[in-house]
Write a protein that binds this ligand. Structure first.
Ligand code: SF4
Length: 462
């Protein structure tokens, strides 16, 4: 049997394939109504994260910083953080403040649980809620930071509540357009729900005046509190380790039935989502959605002959990588290289049975970087890359066309509007993949044809 899983151990990370933990922690707070975030650490961390998010979403991204300097680093940063919290309350009047730590704050041993608890005692008239999260940059990637923060928000905000008919829908880092599509499906099926977090409006807001410092939208705090009484939870986090799972927290603490399923991208994963919704709610899948499924099948038939020529490298956050790999396999694109910067234990276990059946030398790499991804892509004659903008060097240096997907997309506009979930979103994704393969083929076939002709007839270049 061919080797299918490779660990490339290196002492140096060259051109990383991931970002750090607190970066992932910002996003959940941006999907909650009236929420603001402060990073406890030096100022560069929040600037770096704001820049990435602002370029991806094309929106202003406000993130505070406790601005630790040499003095705060040596004698402790409590005073800086408390001053920062006061300033944020004064300027933004938020309903919720997320306090995230950084490498520096964690390394000097700052206890943000204790500091924020003291701050609340010192300000008894404080109406804003505060949720502290320990997210050292070196503690994991943005993927782990995102789910750890969701769980921490639930730990701090939920309390036992009466049972109700809503279904909790916990989403990973997908686009605002994807969240809107999930909401549309729920509305078509007339299913009451709480999307957590919901940054579909806050990070893709309509143009309006006057400018609001905190945009409208987001999951309401009242709804988050009541997630403990929901009918069930559907969580798109099949690759998330149990200790980071917010849905598992709700199950263990409040007994809420958990359906932990993949992102509904691809035919099978969307079927799983729709059937799960149908079985929990007792409602039939409506005709309009069945027609969308039929259109996807039609699209798959139309494009399979082109996709059969696809050899892909897929990289990014494990949840996205799993969803896209499955969608490629459904459509005849061979995922030759599957890569993530995270160290989830679930990705490898979930993909291995599928790729062993194919026995095509597919390699899965975890905790990796772009130097490894690039050399494996060349080795496997990859002709399609699928992932975020940091892989653009695959195009620039190896001529491998890149379909931008995931986060961050900072060298193109519209990352927030890319739709890839549900039958309709999968159809649009599939068109993007197929058309990229076609464009690459038409760009190259004359060059290849002439090269072969001259090599054959004039014995040159061989
Ligand atoms: S890795 Fe650490 S120092 Fe760098 S941006 Fe992230 S939190 Fe800040």
């Amino acid at each position: 049997m061919k080797k299918t899983v490779t660990q490339h151990h290196k002492n140096v990370n060259e051109n990383p394939c991931n970002m750090c933990m607190p970066m992932g922690g910002i996003l959940p707070f941006k999907g909650i109504e009236g929420s603001m975030v402060i990073m406890h650490g030096s100022q560069g961390c929040s600037t770096y994260m704001r820049r990435h998010m602002a370029e991806h979403y094309n929106e202003p991204i406000d993130v505070g910083s406790s601005s630790l300097n040499e003095k705060g680093t040596v004698y402790g940063g409590e005073k800086n953080l408390k001053t920062g919290l006061q300033n944020i309350i004064k300027v933004y009047q938020p309903k919720l403040i997320g306090v995230l730590t950084t490498c520096l704050a964690e390394t000097i041993g700052e206890d943000v649980e204790r500091i924020t608890a003291d701050f609340k005692k010192e300000h008894s008239d404080l109406s804003a809620k505060i949720v502290p999260c320990a997210t050292p940059g070196y503690g994991g990637t943005q993927f782990e930071g995102y789910f750890l923060t969701l769980k921490q928000i639930l730990k701090h905000l939920t309390k036992p509540s009466e049972s109700h008919d809503k279904i909790n829908i916990i989403v990973p880092n997908i686009s605002p357009a994807d969240i809107r599509e999930i909401k549309r499906i729920l509305q078509v099926m007339e299913i009451a729900h709480t999307i957590f977090p919901d940054y579909s409006d806050t990070l893709d807001r309509p143009y309006e005046r006057p400018y609001k410092k905190i945009p409208d939208g987001g999951t309401t705090i009242a709804d988050i509190v009541k997630m403990s009484g929901a009918k069930a939870t559907i969580q798109f986090a099949a690759m998330v380790d149990d200790e980071l799972s917010p849905g598992l927290f709700l199950k263990e603490k409040y007994g809420i039935e958990l359906h932990n399923i993949p992102i509904p991208t691809g035919l099978e994963s969307t079927d799983i989502f729709l059937h799960t919704l149908s079985s929990i709610s007792g409602k039939e899948i409506p005709q309009t959605i069945q027609q969308e499924r039929g259109r996807l099948l039609d699209c798959m038939i139309d494009s399979h002959k082109y996709n059969a020529e696809g050899n892909a490298v897929i990289y990014g956050e494990p949840e996205q990588v799993y969803a896209i790999t499955k969608a490629c396999l459904e459509n005849g694109i061979i995922p030759k290289v599957v890569a993530t910067g995270s160290k989830t234990t679930k990705l490898k276990a979930a993909l291995q049975p599928m790729i062993e059946q194919l026995d095509m030398g597919i390699e899965i790499v975890q905790e990796t970087d772009f130097s490894v991804i690039r050399s494996l892509s060349v080795k496997h004659h990859v002709n399609l890359a699928i992932g975020h903008s940091d892989g653009r060097y695959l195009t620039e240096q190896e001529g491998i066309p890149l379909v931008r997907h995931g986060f961050p997309i900072h060298d193109r506009v519209g990352g927030q509007r890319l739709l890839s979930v549900g039958y309709t979103g999968t159809t649009m994704l599939l068109d993007r993949l197929t058309n990229t393969l076609l464009e690459n083929k038409y760009n190259q076939y004359r060059t290849k044809m002439y090269k072969e002709y001259y090599e054959k007839n004039f014995l040159i270049g061989s």
